[in-house]
Design a protein around this ligand. Structure first.
Ligand SMILES: NC(=O)c1ccc[n+]([C@@H]2O[C@H](COP(=O)([O-])OP(=O)(O)OC[C@H]3O[C@@H](n4cnc5c(N)ncnc54)[C@H](OP(=O)(O)O)[C@@H]3O)[C@@H](O)[C@H]2O)c1
Length: 258
C-alpha cells in the first residue's frame, strides 16, 4: 500500500500538460489536491470538479502568478483554510509567451529582463513555495518536495539557454534545500524531463523538428508524455522513496545520452 490516502498535494500550474498529469496521478491514489492556475480559471474549476467526482477526493484551484513570489504566502494561507494538512509540494508552473521574451532565444539575443523572469518563475517560485510548504509539512512530521527540471540543462537545445541555465540552478537549489530540510523529515528532489508533448513544447518555434528528433533519439522510439513524468514525481513522494533526497531523476526516454 502506498499510504497516500487523505494526504494533500500542493502543485503549481496543474491546468494542463505535466502539472495536470501529476495532479491526476495523485488524485487517483486518494490524495487531496490544492493546485494553481494562471490564465485558465474555467479549466481549473472543471478539473477540480472532475477529480473530486472521479476519485472521491477534495480538489480546489487557486490563482497564482509565479512572477509575483509575494503571492505564495496568501496562497498557502488560503489553502490552510480549505485543507487540514500539506504533505507534498510540486513546483511545476512555467511562464511562456511575452514573459519569456529575451529569455527564450539564441545566446546573442538574451536580455536581462527575460532571463530574470525565468529565474523568478523557476528558482524564486521553488524557494518561496517550498518555504511555505515546509512550514506546513513540519507540523505533520515531514513531507516531500519535487521541482520540475529539464534535460535542457544537460544537452544543447535551440533557444533554451535561459530555461536550461535556470533548470540547472533550481536543481542545485533543491540539493541545498534537501540538506537543510532533512531534519524536518522533508525530502527534496528534482525530476528532469526530456521533451514532453505539451503546449509548452508546441510553443517552441521548431516544435515539429524537436518532436521528430526526440523520437529518433529515444531508445524507446517515442515522444515523452506528461504521464511519464507524473509516475516519477509520484514515486518520489511515496514511502518507497524514503531515503531518496537531494537527487535529480532524469526521465528522458534515453534521449540525453544519444
Ligand atoms: N514540456 C516539456 O518538454 C518539458 C520538459 C521538461 C520539463 N518541463 C517542465 O515541466 C513544467 C510544466 O511544463 P508543461 O510543458 O506541462 O507546461 P504547460 O503545458 O505550458 O503548462 C504550464 C502551466 O503553468 C501555468 N502558468 C503559466 N504561466 C504562469 C504564471 N505566470 N504563473 C503561474 N502559473 C503559470 C499554466 O497555467 P494556466 O494554464 O492557467 O495559464 C499551466 O498550468 C515546467 O516547469 C517545464 O519547464 C517541460
Amino acid at each position: 500500500m502506498d499510504n497516500m490516502n487523505g494526504k494533500t498535494l500542493v502543485i503549481t500550474g496543474a491546468t494542463k500538460g505535466i502539472g495536470e498529469a501529476i495532479a491526476t496521478k495523485f488524485a487517483s491514489k486518494g490524495v487531496n489536491i490544492a493546485f494553481t492556475y494562471n490564465s485558465n480559471a474555467d479549466i481549473a474549476k472543471e478539473l477540480a470538479q472532475k477529480w473530486e467526482k472521479q476519485y472521491g477526493i477534495k480538489a480546489k484551484a487557486y490563482p497564482l502568478n509565479i512572477l509575483e513570489p509575494d503571492e505564495f504566502k496568501p496562497l498557502f494561507e488560503a489553502i490552510d483554510k480549505d485543507f487540514d494538512r500539506v504533505d507534498f509540494f510540486v513546483s511545476n508552473a512555467m511562464i511562456y509567451g511575452r514573459a519569456v521574451v529575451g529569455g527564450y532565444g539564441k545566446f546573442m539575443r538574451l536580455k536581462p529582463r527575460g532571463l530574470n523572469n525565468i529565474y523568478t518563475a523557476t528558482v524564486n517560485a521553488f524557494v518561496v513555495g517550498s518555504q511555505e510548504a515546509a512550514k506546513r509539512m513540519e507540523k505533520v512530521g515531514g513531507g516531500s518536495i519535487v521541482t520540475m527540471s529539464s534535460t535542457g540543462n544537460l544537452i544543447y537545445i535551440d533557444n533554451y539557454a535561459g530555461h536550461g541555465t535556470n533548470k540547472a540552478a533550481v536543481e542545485a537549489m533543491s540539493r541545498y534545500a534537501a540538506v537543510e530540510l532533512g531534519e524536518m523529515n522533508i525530502r527534496v528532489n528534482a525530476v528532469s524531463g526530456g521533451p514532453i508533448d505539451t503546449d509548452a513544447l508546441k510553443a517552441f518555434v521548431n516544435y515539429e523538428e524537436v518532436k521528430a528528433e526526440t523520437i529518433k533519439r529515444s531508445a524507446l522510439n517515442r515522444m515523452g508524455q506528461p504521464e511519464d513524468i507524473a509516475g516519477a514525481v509520484y514515486f518520489l513522494c511515496t514511502d518507497e522513496a524514503g531515503w531518496i533526497t537531494g537527487q535529480t531523476i532524469v526521465v528522458d526516454g534515453g534521449t540525453t545520452f544519444r
